[in-house]
Design a protein around this ligand. Structure first.
Ligand code: NAD
Ligand code: UDP
Length: 329
């Protein structure tokens, strides 16, 4: 019998590439679709020899064509780090809105089930802690993060509309800060920022007074939660993340210990609208999916540090993403 086919948009990115690995291991044919705006073919180069893997270089904000059957679509294409979406705001808005529309249309004609990657950013700078799925959020639509947050909120709205009006089988995952190998070292997110600084012998830059919190999930745990959600019959949003909350100042100290850097922790101004606290309530994921994270921060950080150490020196000193220029208009 022919294998079932899965389309993974953003397949050359951090999370998308791990999803490609997982679906190939599960025995699916995988199509990764990506325009490489923040992704990197090195994340999937080990897959090009696989008979069940294909790569389509395409911008999903333009009409998406895939010949043949599709069983599942996972829409992960979108810039994801604040630095990225500040540099490419229009592309961020387009991929969350037009891109999602195109993929929902594709899901409809293929009769495929689609899972969209939403984010804890739909809660904005949250007034409810920890964040439950029933919280509507506190988002500034015209602030610097608005281009990402509102695109993701629109993404959830149009996904629910396709579920309700076109009876498309939809799933929505709200992803909380996730880390692991294949994150881009220069994407500005806090973990690659701190580890990159330690590896280059620079001081670690904590923004604000470092009292803001995040809760970091290791990528394998996240991928497992996403897989379970896709296979479930639950169509409302589900938080997937690790509830182990830490202040950014304490996190910097953990990275100092991990990397044994002799550099200092220094303080820089807090960016506008930076959420003060973030921690997922994962009651739903536990009860509906039987899922909870298994990898502790100390284990996950060790693996991730080894990955960053193994990168070529030029990557360590690359300040920007090589593909941005080509897309900024
Ligand atoms: P990433 O930047 O590594 O991956 C995103 C991928 O999407 C890249 O390969 C990029 O080239 C591709 N892409 C962007 N716009 C595209 C377009 N128009 N057409 C085709 N491809 C396009 O980021 P990531 O961390 O892997 O994030 C993946 C998804 O998960 C995003 O939707 C993001 O919003 C969501 N998410 C991630 C996190 C996290 O902690 N990593 C948290 C919440 C949500
Ligand atoms: N941050 C920091 N130093 C850095 C990069 C980020 O202190 O060099 C802080 C940032 O202000 C935020 C937290 O770390 O409070 C997480 O930032 P990130 O960009 O990783 O993701 P966010 O959760 O804000 O989207």
């Amino acid at each position: 019998m022919a294998k079932e086919r899965v389309l993974i948009t953003g397949g050359a990115g951090f999370l998308g590439s791990h999803l490609c690995d997982r679906f190939l291991r599960e025995g699916y044919q995988v199509i990764a679709m990506d325009n490489l705006i923040t992704g990197d073919l090195r994340n999937i180069e080990h897959l090009f020899k696989e008979a069940d893997f294909e790569f389509y270089h395409h911008d999903v904000s333009s009409f998406v064509h895939v010949p043949g059957n599709l069983k599942y679509i996972l829409h992960f294409a979108s810039p994801a780090s604040p630095i990225d979406y500040l540099k490419i705001p229009i592309q961020t808005l387009k991929v969350g809105s037009l891109g999602t529309h195109n993929l929902l249309g594709l899901a409809r004609v293929k009769k495929a089930r689609i899972l969209v990657a939403s984010t804890s950013e739909v809660y904005g700078d949250p007034m409810v802690h920890p964040q439950t799925e029933s919280y509507y959020g506190n988002v500034n639509p015209i602030g610097p993060r608005g281009v990402y947050d509102e695109a993701k909120r629109f993404q959830e709205a149009i996904t629910m509309a396709y579920h309700t009006y076109h009876k498309v089988e939809t799933r929505i995952v709200r992803i909380f800060n996730t880390y692991g190998p294949r994150m881009r070292l220069n994407d500005g997110r806090v973990l690659p920022a701190f580890i990159g600084q330690a590896l280059r012998g620079e001081d670690l830059t904590v923004f604000g007074d470092g009292s803001q919190t995040r809760s970091f999930c290791y990528v394998d745990d996240l991928v497992d939660g996403i897989f379970r959600l896709l296979m479930s019959d639950y169509h409302l949003p589900v938080n997937i993340g690790n509830p182990d909350e830490i202040t950014i100042a304490d996190f910097a100290e953990e990275i100092v210990k991990l990397t044994r850097t002799t550099q200092k922790v220094i303080y820089k101004p807090l960016p506008q609208d930076d959420p003060k606290q973030r921690k997922p309530d994962i009651t739903k994921a536990r009860s509906i999916l039987g899922w909870e994270p298994k990898v502790s921060r100390s284990e996950g950080l060790k693996i991730t540090y080894e990955y960053f150490k193994s990168l070529p020196t030029e990557v360590l000193y690359q300040r920007d993403h090589k593909n941005f220029d080509r897309y900024i208009r």
